[in-house]
Each structure stands twice: as structure tokens, then as C-alpha cells.
Design a protein around this ligand. Sequence first.
Ligand code: NAP
Length: 313
Amino acid sequence: MSLERALALAGGHAGRGYPNPTVGAVVVGTNGSVVGEGISEPAGGPHAEVVALDAAGEAARGGTLFVTMEPCAHHGRTPPCAERIIEAGVGRVVAGCADPNPDAQGGAPRLRDAGVDVELLDLPAARRQNEAWRTWVARGRPHVMLKLAVSVDGRVAVPERRWVTGEESRRRVHELRASVDAVAVGMGTVRADAPRLDVREAPVVRQPRRLAFGGGPLPDGSELELRSGALRDELAALAAEGVQSLLLEGGPTLATAFLADSLVDRLLVFVAPVVAGDGPPMTGPLPEPLDLGVPELERVGDDVLLGWRLQEV
Ligand SMILES: NC(=O)c1ccc[n+]([C@@H]2O[C@H](COP(=O)([O-])OP(=O)(O)OC[C@H]3O[C@@H](n4cnc5c(N)ncnc54)[C@H](OP(=O)(O)O)[C@@H]3O)[C@@H](O)[C@H]2O)c1
């Protein structure tokens, strides 16, 4: 239950720790009651464990710390959480998932060495709270979410129609845009549709960067940034600029290139109730069929949203 509470604390504040992960922590005292809670403070501020231990004070001694991710073992902008936990005299730590950051990991073995009982879990719910950050820190590229809108016969454009999917799906896409650091299309989509790619139909704290992959040129007045290098190089460069999450809204050509190069982490396909009969298919040829597994399913207005995680850190 306390780990669920820690997950709920962090889940309610997605992105708060950016560019660090957002973590939740709960300290339960020896009498079984919650004596401290914490969420990661914005970068440079204390980590969730420290906030919770500060709140708990002496009541943490002999108690259990529930935390959504393995406590760090390194001196970043703040001292290592593992040392603070040892000093506080916590008897047991339950962590929802391992820390994938090569510079910070090692908290669990450090705690065990100091005699703390550590239970290191691998809960998808814990990992997914920071999935973009995990991909960014472990793979050196942004987490890529490929979104496609298709007809029942798998075409990305329907003759005589401006949009493939309905209004609610399009609003959902604006929510997706609001949740990422950057949105991108290929130059084919720029030439066909000249999309703005900004968030207009959802609340947004920070507009995502808006990119076009390809040789260009961009049309006059376009506010997109042109990225003309090889995809992997551009993704590495974006990661170095702090882009942890990328929503790809391009057409079939760019979608095929990303899929063929195993650069898609999450695939979202909005299927509209129409048989287009004509128009471009959602991908070109791939080196081999992609076995996606069981989808997550959701009705969005008259459309159906299918979602898969193709790779997870
Ligand atoms: N339903 C949907 O989800 C959806 C979404 C977007 C677009 N569309 C539709 O899709 C159609 C446009 O399709 P599209 O395939 O031309 O658009 P696209 O995939 O967005 O753009 C293709 C362009 O991407 C650039 N590119 C950059 N890196 C590449 C790489 N590694 N491999 C291949 N291309 C790369 C190239 O630009 P350069 O030529 O400049 O080199 C290429 O021409 C339009 O009808 C549009 O309405 C549908």
C-alpha cells in the first residue's frame, strides 16, 4: 500500500523533477504509520527520499522507506540519497524499480552493505512514470512515441477528407503534444499539410519544440526547426539539448524509417471508422514484420486507439 502511495505522489506530479526523474517516497515508522512523504523537488532541490526523511525526522529510525525508484548513490547537484538513508537509520527500503542512470545507480548495493534490508522490485508502473527520462539516460536519445491516424484499411489519408480521425482523437493528440519535449514530422508532411504542431486544444505548461526531419527547405514563415542529419545523429543531438521525449507525427516515410531502425519506443495508432479505399498505407516496406503483441485499447470518440510499447528501459 505504501508503495502505491509513493507511486500516486509521483504520478500526480509528472515532470516536476525535469530534467531529473520524478520520484515519490513514503516513510513508515516502526508502529506501522506513515511518518513522512516526499516528491522530487525541481532539479537542484532535494530528492523525494530526502524530503520524506526530513519530514519523518527521528521517526524514520528502524522504519521502512517505500520509494518508486532505487535511491541514488552519487553526488550530483545533491548528496547521495543512499548515505542519507543510512544516516537516518532506516531498517528497510522497498524500491519500485532500478535506477538505469549509469552515473547514479548502485544505491541498492550500497544500502545492503550498510546492513539495510533492500527489496528492489521491477514494477512496470514505476518504470513508466519516468519512461522518457529512462530512455534518455540509458540510450542517449529521446523516448520516441510514434502516432499514426489510419483508416480501417490502414491508410494515412482519406480521399476528400481533411482529417482521418475525429475531433476527440485530434484533441487527444494535443494532449500528447503537451506531454513531450518535442514534436516532429517529415518534410513530406510539411509539404502536404504545413502543420503548426503547437498545442492549441489542451492545457500546456511549456510548448514543445517543433521539428521537421528532411532536407528542406521549410516554407516561408514556418516556425519548425529543420533537422537534416541522419536520424540517429539528430536524436543524439536532441538528447544533448535536453529533449527527453519526442512525439513523431510524420507520414509513412518517416514512420517506416524510425520503425526500420528500431527507434520507436511507443506506437499509438488511432483507427477511424472509415474504409478509405485509396491513399498511402501507414508504412512502406519493413525489413521484417513487426510483431506487436497485445495492444492497450481505448475508444476515443468514434475512433479506437491502439497502443504498444515496443521497447522499454
Ligand atoms: N494520418 C497520419 O497519421 C498522417 C501523419 C502525417 C502525415 N500524413 C500524410 O502523409 C502524407 C505525407 O507522407 P510522407 O511519407 O511524405 O511524409 P513524412 O514521412 O512526414 O515525410 C517524409 C520526408 O521525411 C524526410 N526524412 C528525414 N529523414 C528521413 C529518413 N531517414 N528516411 C526517410 N525520410 C526522411 C524526407 O524529407 P526530404 O524529402 O526533405 O529529404 C522525406 O521526404 C501526406 O498525405 C500527409 O497528409 C498522415
